[in-house]
Design a protein around this ligand. Structure first.
Ligand SMILES: [Zn+2]
Ligand SMILES: [Zn+2]
Length: 138
């Protein structure tokens, strides 16, 4: 469904959000910068990050960091979570959100209006487990 124009957003933020919604996967600031470079929505990398931060503050975009330090952005309406390998950084999307049906009690919310959640799991992937098991052999 094409989301209707949000009066809280300026055109550059609309453009970034549309790009994130159209993408199959999460995008880094660099990815967004590259995707917009060819069109008339071109903007500098610092501007991309500034608007992404403002979209986060509006609860429309969330961000997660890979072990490499790279930040990946996605629209918050996409309820996706990942397993990430702390060794090689490979990342796998979970088929289901494990906390989708979790609701906070009013007392826990302390007057907050919940907008979105994040959840990530970190561990060792199959390849790294096998390699580390191999390293331990004499
Ligand atoms: Zn790994
Ligand atoms: Zn979720």
């Amino acid at each position: 469904m094409p989301p209707s124009a949000d009066p809280r957003l300026i055109p550059r933020q609309e453009r970034l959000l549309a790009e994130l919604r159209a993408a199959e996967q999460e995008l880094s600031g660099q990815d967004l910068h590259a995707r917009l470079r060819s069109g008339k929505g071109a903007m500098g990398l610092a501007t991309v990050y500034r608007h992404l931060r403002q979209l986060q503050q509006k609860g429309l975009v969330r961000c997660r960091h890979l072990p490499s330090g790279e930040a990946l952005f996605a629209p918050t309406e996409r309820d996706e979570h990942h397993l990430t390998c702390v060794d090689c950084g490979s990342t796998v999307r979970l088929a289901h959100c494990p906390v989708h049906d979790v609701h906070l009690h009013d007392t826990d919310l302390a007057g907050f209006l919940p907008l979105f959640h994040t959840l990530e799991f970190f561990g060792l992937c199959t390849d790294c487990r096998e390699r580390q098991a191999g390293d331990r052999e004499p």
